[in-house]
Write a protein that binds this ligand. Structure first.
Ligand code: PLP
Length: 406
């Protein structure tokens, strides 16, 4: 038989947070090493429990959640999502404007498949959550990266965005709060992004999965609020992060704005939803409970909360390492420190991360894995408790000390 090759469609598709670096970590584990995995934002292994009400709801519904549901999601979940956005100030959000998916991940790929044609350009931030770039490439579209400016708190550079718009540009992706940088955009920035979309007739795709993980005085602004009724806005969020149930796979996309102009696209999206039958039904039952009940996330992000304490510890400790600088994270579960290239002349940051892994048994993700433009950053997940995090950053500091002197 001839060699079986992957399809050409995958030629430009990458997803490095689970790529060769994880394979190397698994190889080391198989040899008996204990690896601290700080490469993905998976809360459960770090001792975070889902709210009890979510578990109770899933258990309660397990028996009669055996069948497929409506492809777009069960009614109570879709109503809860529509009402949630109404309570956040969005007008005219209806149950039929909500699609439930197996996490935001599935919806990102479904929406892009339904929306993008070969050669269409989609503006994606650099750095980004790499599923966005990979999923655009998979459709045959072209991800065009706009810069987020580290010197300006990792805010998107609006002038850079304007300069990259062509007649083929169809949409802009906004990730706020941001993975990997931890930035939370001000009202002016979100308005500015939406204004660009309005002026250039772009669809806004707002990935807001970290909307509830905010520190200190950070406030989250939904892009959809400013998109109003003249810019089509797709808002993505879900239960994975704020409700600590990544494994249950529950996310949604809320369509708002001039829906009457998007009927054809939405028909395509429904077709794709139909083709994959439905999202995990027991987890869909937890959506109403999650959105309507007590928001226990507030205990994790407040002054004594683990998410907050750990993020601040990581930010402080990283900045103490010579040649390392880190913008203060205002939300999400990550820090994205910079390694001064004068002090750390790194040619290939994936190799750098693998060297760190082999030497110190800590797995972080290289910055170019987030489509960052130079091999001078890495992303550290701030989920371990302070003792473990302190130890881990200490080991990273030791590694960097050796690197400086080699
Ligand atoms: N969007 C961003 C910005 C993320 O960081 C993640 C996961 O880390 C996702 C989407 C995917 O989340 P889900 O678990 O809902 O598929």
């Amino acid at each position: 038989m001839r060699a079986i090759r992957q399809s050409n469609k995958l030629q430009n598709v990458r997803y490095d947070v689970r790529g060769p670096i994880l394979e190397e970590a698994q190889r080391l584990e198989a040899e008996g090493h204990k690896i601290l995995k700080l490469n993905i934002g998976n809360t459960a292994p770090f001792g975070f429990e889902a709210p009890e009400a979510i578990l109770a709801d899933m258990k309660h519904h397990l028996h009669h959640a055996q069948g497929y549901s409506d492809s777009r999601g069960i009614y109570s979940a879709r109503t809860a999502v529509a009402q949630y956005y109404q309570s956040r100030g969005l007008k005219d959000t209806q149950v039929e404007d909500v699609y439930i998916g197996n996490g935001v991940s599935e919806l990102i790929t479904m929406v892009l498949q339904a929306f993008v044609d070969d050669g269409n350009e989609i503006l994606v931030p650099a750095p980004d959550y790499p599923l966005w770039t990979g999923a655009v490439s998979l459709t045959g579209g072209t991800p065009v990266h706009y810069l987020c400016d580290e010197e300006n708190g990792w805010n998107p550079d609006l002038a850079d965005i304007e300069s990259k718009i062509t007649e083929n540009t169809h949409a802009i992706v906004i990730i706020n709060p941001n993975n990997p940088t931890g930035a939370v955009y001000s009202e002016d920035v979100v308005r500015g992004l939406v204004d660009i979309a309005r002026r250039h007739d772009l669809v806004v795709m707002a990935d807001e999965i970290y909307e509830k993980i905010l520190f200190e005085d950070a406030v989250h602004h939904h892009a959809a609020t400013f998109a109003g009724d003249d810019v089509l806005c797709l808002t993505f969020s879900g239960l994975s992060k704020a409700y600590r149930v990544c494994g249950y796979r529950a996310g949604w996309v809320m369509i708002s704005g001039p829906k009457h102009l998007a009927e054809d696209f939405l028909e395509g999206l429904t077709l794709l939803a139909n083709m994959r039958m439905c999202a995990n039904v027991p987890a869909q039952h937890a959506i109403q409970t999650a959105l309507g009940g007590y928001q226990s996330i507030s205990e994790l992000i407040g002054p004594d909360g683990r998410f907050y304490e750990q993020s601040m510890l990581a930010w402080r400790m990283l900045n103490e390492i010579p040649g390392v600088s880190c913008v203060k994270p205002m939300g999400s579960l990550y820090t994205f420190p910079r390694l001064d290239p004068e002090i750390y002349p790194i040619d290939n940051d994936q190799d750098f991360v693998i060297d760190l892994l082999r030497a110190k048994k800590i797995l972080v993700t290289h910055g170019t894995g987030f489509n960052w433009v130079a091999p001078d950053h890495f992303r550290l997940v701030t989920l371990p408790d302070v003792d473990v995090l302190e130890e881990a950053i200490g080991r990273i500091a030791d590694f960097l000390e050796d690197y400086r002197h080699r």
